[in-house]
Write a protein that binds this ligand. Structure first.
Ligand code: AMP
Ligand code: ZN
Length: 469
């Protein structure tokens, strides 16, 4: 299996640290709002990478954090007049709903920055003890970039060219830095901000240290794959490498994978320019499976432009697969024969060749675009090869293969059960009655049944509101 490694800028053969196992860390979102479709790209891509490793028989330990302490979260909390954990908890909850809609499986672990402060204090102290970090007068602790000789190896930057001209312009608040490239590990609290006690000052961690600490705690000093969007290469991942390798004195990640950016109108998504969609907004117009399928239709490293036309064509493509599965399911009820007929052996061979094509695409740096083409060829084969005269064995084989490969891509082949508004209202009323009777188990069961059908309930002061995912 070949993976493009940002570290070497080459495709390399995948060799796990422990045979049969993959330790993988993906930087997760900062939770101050609904996730946008750009954030959805790494979620869908790296969930697919995980699924493919599992398909190949690897045991995958997949860790992805939520950054739940950050300036943007604090700003939003101030705007709403609530504590910052109200904001982070709310958007973690909403993010998980979106992930479910996109069929992104929960990580093996989703650590939160605020629950890992102890580990961060330990690693920062270790870095100070080893001479890789220092405390400034105001209590800020900085990483001493010059102490880590390999700094720049991921982003392929040279320290001298990093911040030209910076030497004269000292940024306010950073006067205590020995060198302009040094970065914050711990910073003093500001009025009204969340803070923790530390040996240096009451304060909070810098952003980079959280990932080094969580990866170490849940996966160990050395991991196989570290991933995220390409904007994280510098400085975030460069700094993570410096922290982890300086503290642990071991290589941090063998492979660094980065997805390209998702753009709108060939421009970077930005709130101020108004070219910005949340996953939740898209869910009002499309089944989120369509968004997933759309993301897989391009190579993950290429920049990709979001457009209605491409979403429509993804919708049609998905429909073609679902219709084929539906037809095969019908044929399963009509056909018989536990063994394939002699004349069907050719189709079996053609199917095996197409599955090999699918796998070859995935093993060439997860070329999902080519894998999807191979899947369409299988659908075409199934549409022509299977009919009322086929043996059940052939129909089962085609059905099994399509479902298996769809599962690798995270595509659910079962159509969502349609549920009418009246039925929903009726179930909500039954849930209300159950709650009145303090039968909370039944009430929860009804809520979950609705959730399975893609209906989300919200209890508000004006009563229960519902919407389709
Ligand atoms: P953030 O919440 O900004 O830290 O982003 C969470 C993840 O989404 C990171 O891996 C980012 O690199 C990724 N990301 C953010 N915006 C985009 C985008 N427009 N296209 C692709 N990935 C993105
Ligand atoms: Zn990170």
């Amino acid at each position: 299996m070949k993976i493009f490694n940002t570290l070497s800028r080459r495709k390399e053969e995948f060799v796990p640290l422990d045979p049969g196992k993959v330790k993988m860390y993906v930087c997760g979102p900062t939770v101050y709002n609904y996730i946008h479709i750009g954030n959805a790209r790494p979620m869908i891509i790296f969930d697919t990478v995980r699924r493919y490793f599992e398909y190949k028989g690897y045991e995958v330990n997949f860790v992805s954090n939520f950054t739940d302490v950050d300036d943007k979260i604090i700003k939003k909390a101030v705007e709403e007049g609530v504590d910052s954990d109200v904001i982070s908890k709310r958007y973690i909850h909403e993010c998980k709903k979106d992930m479910e809609g996109m069929n992104v499986r929960p990580a093996t672990r989703h650590p939160l920055a605020t629950e890992e402060i102890g580990g961060m204090l330990e690693m920062i102290q270790m870095l100070i003890d080893k001479g890789h970090a220092y405390q400034a007068e105001d209590g800020t602790v900085y990483f001493r970039v010059k102490s880590f000789r390999e700094y720049g190896k991921l982003s392929h930057k040279n320290l001298d060219e990093l911040q030209p001209g910076f030497r004269e312009i000292k940024v306010t608040g950073e006067e205590g830095k020995e060198d302009p490239n040094d970065f914050v590990l711990w910073k003093p609290k500001k009025e009204g901000e969340p803070f923790w006690e530390s040996p240096w000052c009451q304060g909070r961690p810098g952003w980079h240290i959280e990932c080094s600490v969580m990866a170490k705690r849940y996966l160990g000093d050395s991991i196989d794959i570290h991933a995220g969007g390409e904007d994280l290469i510098f400085p975030h991942h460069e700094n993570e490498i410096a922290q982890s390798e300086a503290a642990n004195e071991k290589p941090f990640a063998t492979y660094w994978m980065h997805n390209g950016f998702l753009n709108i109108d060939n421009k970077k998504m930005s709130k101020s320019a108004g070219n910005f969609f949340t996953v939740r907004e898209i869910s009002e117009r499309y089944d989120l499976q369509v968004l997933r399928f759309f993301m897989l239709s391009a190579h993950y490293r290429s920049p990709f432009n979001f457009s209605e036309e491409l979403m429509e064509s993804s919708k049609n493509g998905l429909e073609r697969i679902l219709t084929c599965v539906e037809r095969l399911r019908e044929l399963q009820g009509k056909t018989s024969g536990g063994e394939m007929a002699e004349g069907e052996k050719e189709q079996e061979k053609a199917l095996a060749a197409l599955t090999a094509k699918f796998e070859a695409a995935m093993e060439d740096d997860f070329n999902t675009a080519d894998a999807v083409s191979a899947l369409f060829e299988i659908v075409k084969l199934a549409n022509t090869a299977a009919n009322g005269e086929s043996t059940r064995a052939l129909v089962d084989l085609l059905m099994g293969e399509i479902q298996k490969l769809c599962d690798v891509l995270g595509i659910i082949t079962q159509r969502k059960v349609e549920i009418l508004d009246d039925e929903i209202e009726e179930m909500i009323a039954r849930r209300g009655q159950a709650r009145k009777e303090k039968n909370f188990a039944l009430a929860d069961q009804i809520r979950n049944t609705l959730l399975d059908k893609g209906i989300i309930l919200e209890d508000t002061r004006e009563g229960v509101k519902w919407k389709r995912v």
